[in-house]
Design a protein around this ligand. Structure first.
Ligand code: PLP
Ligand code: SF4
Length: 351
């Protein structure tokens, strides 16, 4: 049996198995598990060093999940879905959900309503999604998501990618996946050989903490990069996990070292069961300020709020403009020094 399949087989997916691994309150875990399922594979579990650490917080249930002001679908993804499992919000790109399974179930997940629920994906889901994308020539970019698409078999992944590639107007295909981080053993030479047949193909993965960068994840990302797949990273800003400029600087530097380009930092969505992870907006702005200028621009992701109600992603930056009129703009740099630049060109009229 392949190593990743063994890790999936031996996954901690019940309160009882969790209580066997750690000193947790079994009754409490049972109550939470009824609402939001538990899933931690042995690899990711092995990264936990002590209860309450940044790895633990991402996967071990917390009683505060049951006390929440959040809603099931704050981004109104369902409203932007004409067919089930395709969210078509931006004119030229669409999200296509292909499964409900992940290598772990993250306690802060934006799709808590979908992950772990087999009923969220229908039998003929793939055909319906492909037909929708085929019928919408304005879609030039599809992001395959879930759940985690890379939890499917090689054969199924090849079938989905092949189906998408047969759609003439589709230019690029992306997969959003935590597999390279949370189950790096799944990135096999066979899988890479399949993925590289469907270029231009991108992967956005999801590292949240520098301790997730291990020899295993470095190897997985290296194999994907060697297959010519540009790798991006989407981090969720999480209280007690990475809401600290020093941690984020270390994470972004580490990602560049393993050939992954930081892409987004997400402000946590207003999802049911995740209130305890939410940080102040100022925390995010302070983190961007600690990154900009202090590490390469390649390592500075966009800090975005996904507008509740389906407005899409809106980027926030610490405002560098001190003053701005027709003559000059005065700008503050990363060290806090102010510089002046003419706001209108010298030859402003037709010469
Ligand atoms: C994030 C997102 C995308 C992709 O956005 P990019 O900025 O192109 O990465 C597409 N559709 C929806 C609904 C999204 O939330
Ligand atoms: S891997 Fe992604 S989709 Fe799955 S539970 Fe974690 S955040 Fe949610």
């Amino acid at each position: 049996m392949e190593e990743w399949k063994r890790l999936v087989r031996d996954t901690v997916n019940t309160p009882e198995k969790l209580a066997a691994a750690f000193d947790v309150d079994l009754e409490e875990m049972r109550r939470i598990h009824k609402e939001f399922p538990i899933r931690i594979n042995p690899y990711y579990l092995s990264l936990i060093e002590e209860p309450g650490d940044p790895i633990w917080k991402q996967v071990v249930p917390d009683p505060r999940e049951l006390v929440s002001t959040g809603v099931e679908d704050p981004l109104h993804e369902e409203d932007d879905s004409e067919v089930p499992n395709v969210t078509h919000r931006y004119p030229d790109r669409a999200l296509f959900y292909v499964n409900y399974m992940c290598p772990i179930y993250c306690r802060f997940c934006t799709r808590k309503r979908k992950v772990g629920d087999p009923h969220s994906i229908s039998e003929n889901n793939i055909e319906i999604g492909l037909a929708y994308i085929q019928a919408h020539p304005e879609i030039r970019d599809v992001i395959i998501s879930g759940g985690d698409p890379l939890m499917l078999t090689d054969k199924k992944i090849d079938m989905i990618l092949g189906g998408l590639r047969a759609i003439k107007h589709l230019e690029i295909i992306r997969i959003g996946s935590r597999v390279p981080v949370t189950l790096p053993q799944r990135i096999t030479p066979e899988l890479c050989a399949i993925l590289k047949r469907h270029h231009p193909f991108y992967i956005n993965t999801h590292f949240n903490h520098p301790r997730e960068i291990t020899p295993e994840t470095e190897k997985a990302c290296g194999m994907l990069a060697d297959a010519g797949i540009p790798l991006g990273n989407q981090t969720v800003l999480l209280k007690g996990v990475n809401d600290d400029p020093a941690v984020m600087v270390e994470l972004m530097k580490g990602l560049l070292r393993i050939r992954v380009k930081p892409y987004y930092i997400y402000q946590a969505d207003l999802v049911v069961g995740t209130d305890h992870f939410r940080t102040a907006i100022k925390t995010g702005l302070d983190i961007v300020a600690a990154l900009r200028g202090h590490i390469s621009g390649m390592g500075v992701p966009h800090y975005v709020v996904d507008a509740p109600g389906g407005g899409g992603k809106i980027a926030l930056i610490p405002d560098p403009v001190v003053s701005f009129d027709d003559d000059e703009i005065r700008l503050r740099n990363y060290e806090g020094n102010v510089y002046s630049y003419p706001s209108t060109p010298f030859f402003d009229e037709d010469w």
